[in-house]
Ligand binder design. Structure first.
Ligand code: PPE
Length: 306
């Protein structure tokens, strides 16, 4: 990966190579960490902008609350620290990774006395699913693993431990020759992917499953709003995998994946096998918004200059 100069570590800017923890860090053993993925975009002459920073910072705080982790910072402090980190690294555009985790003190499952620590790193990260994915779309499979039942792990928390489920699905998909996996919930309905939410389009109507078993994606919310503002009907409604097979279009949303079209599911071609017209339209409008080219969504952007 492409490194940067500094990582924010509990209020201090630490050189990248020195941002280290002990091998008996609680979170390394038991997965009790919460994190965010945020993107900053280069808006040219207008400077740079972090997309929906407030919402991401609040989700980090909420994730910690779900895990009963004693979060030492407010959402405002996290937002300020994100901007500080970007500036310290002179990053006009970046992927930003805040992480709050239970640190080193006692071993054993109960994290009680262990310190809770926070880091914020940033680095350049291009198209998550490959350079051609945003245009051509990707090939996915249905995972043999189900997404989390709400009483096993809490999907509204972006918690490190939850990603073991994602890793099982992702490794299976990639090593079987696919780009990504879509996961069904424990009742058999489509939930989300390993790091993205999913939408389908049928007769120009968009549909995305309700939040029951998934992470409340900030890109998902933004696309719902943007699509409705553009005059599309968006339904938050469950669908089965065969409805996905016969959709006119399908796409993933996520901070890392942005808006990635799906061209094939379980070896069935979706639509014409490339990004369809609704997907392309929304993708275009989404990229305008994140780059500060649509003033109607200025409040989604935290601007800064380096
Ligand atoms: N579901 C999951 C499971 C998920 O991890 C993400 C983000 C989303 C949905 C979309 O959420 P949002 O980014 O708020 O629209 N996944 C992050 C981590 C990816 C990674 O490989 O690391 C991300 O996109 O940053």
């Amino acid at each position: 990966m492409q490194t940067t100069e500094y990582i924010w570590f509990d209020g201090k800017m630490v050189p990248w190579d020195q941002a280290q923890v002990h091998v008996l860090t609680h979170a390394l053993h038991y997965g009790d960490s919460v994190f965010e993925g945020i993107r900053a975009y280069d808006c040219g002459a207008k400077g740079s902008a972090v997309f929906r920073l407030k919402e991401h910072a609040q989700r980090l705080v909420n994730s910690a609350k779900i895990l009963r982790m004693k979060m030492p910072y407010t959402a405002e402090q996290i937002s300020d620290a994100v901007i500080e980190t970007l500036k310290a690294n002179k990053m006009k555009a970046a992927y930003i990774r805040p992480l709050t985790f239970v640190g080193y003190k006692e071993m054993g499952v109960y994290p009680g006395a262990n310190p809770v620590q926070t880091i914020i790193a940033c680095w350049p990260w291009g198209a998550y699913l490959g350079p051609e994915a945003l245009e051509k779309g990707i090939r996915i499979r249905t995972s043999s693993f189900n997404r989390l039942h709400p009483n096993t792990l809490m999907s509204k928390a972006k918690a490190g431990g939850n990603y073991v489920n994602s890793i099982l699905a992702k490794v299976e998909a990639v090593e079987d020759g696919y780009d990504e996996a879509v996961m069904l919930d424990t009742t058999g309905l489509v939930s989300e992917a390993t790091g993205e939410n999913i939408f389908i389009v049928k007769d120009k109507v968009l549909r995305t499953p309700p939040l029951t078993t998934m992470l409340g994606g900030i890109t998902r919310l933004s696309i719902i709003k943007l699509a409705r503002d553009l005059g599309y009907t968006v339904e938050e409604q469950d669908f089965s995998r065969d409805e996905l097979y016969i959709a006119d279009e399908a796409f993933f949303t996520g901070t890392a994946a942005e808006m990635t079209p799906i061209r094939e599911v379980d070896r069935r071609v979706i639509g014409e096998g490339h990004a369809g017209p609704v997907t392309k339209h929304l993708q275009q409008e989404f990229f305008k918004v994140v780059h500060g080219e649509n003033p109607a969504y200025a409040d989604w952007l935290a601007t800064y200059t380096v």
